[in-house]
Design a protein. Sequence first.
Length: 277
Amino acid sequence: MEAYLVLLSSLAFIAFLIPHRARYYCAAIGWVSIIAALLLDLPVYFGENNFLYPILAVLGIPFLAITIPELIRKNPFVIYLSRAAAVAFLIYAPFAYIPALGDWLISGVVGQVIWMLSVLHYPVTQVDWNMVSHGIFRVEVILACTGIQSIAIMLGVAFAMDTDLRQKIFAFLLIAPTIYILNIFRNVFVVMAYTGQWFQFLPEIASNGEIGYESFFWAHNVICELGALVVLIVIAYALFSIIPKLGEFADNLISLYLEKIRNGFDKGKEFFGLLKD
């Protein structure tokens, strides 16, 4: 079900890019579908002890409550945000829905991770086309491990703005190689930390019942997730220097959502105040 929702979201956002009277409703369907997919995947995330995506799923509910009405009102800032999502899906979709292309990217990442591990004198065995092992532990590399999602999101944000060719080239060079290379190091770190059992801490929080999962939890779900968030923020600030209009857009968008949240709290206080009276 989740896969169909992601596909629906992709098609809806792509349809939003085509000028027609219902395009804003297409964007609304895209946002609702992607948040619904996150919510339906909550049991999977909890089973993996992943805390970032559940947070995003929960925050997605007030996000939709603000975004959908603003889309229908044709708010320019929300339209830019939806355009960024649509461009991101255009970049990501070929890798997600063309198996040969996605497998090619995964294979390339696996080869580069194995090479980097050999440079670090950390022996691993490639037990399958997308899986490496060290000792009794194995790590499978999937599309989410290639960095393509983060690359697509950041390129979507950069290319959604009206920019000249120079800005597009510099934005691409800042985003794609940086995220891809850092992601290789991320995968190397996860393989070494998990198969080497570096972080056997707080099993009551980190364990999901699998032997040695604590090290994967701390390496992948905590250190790398938070590290990736910091990297994306740094790249975003660097983008602002390349595309100044992007910084202005971010300020206006944040102000819009904060104002709507404050108004929602104020209305909530008024409502509960009336109930007390």
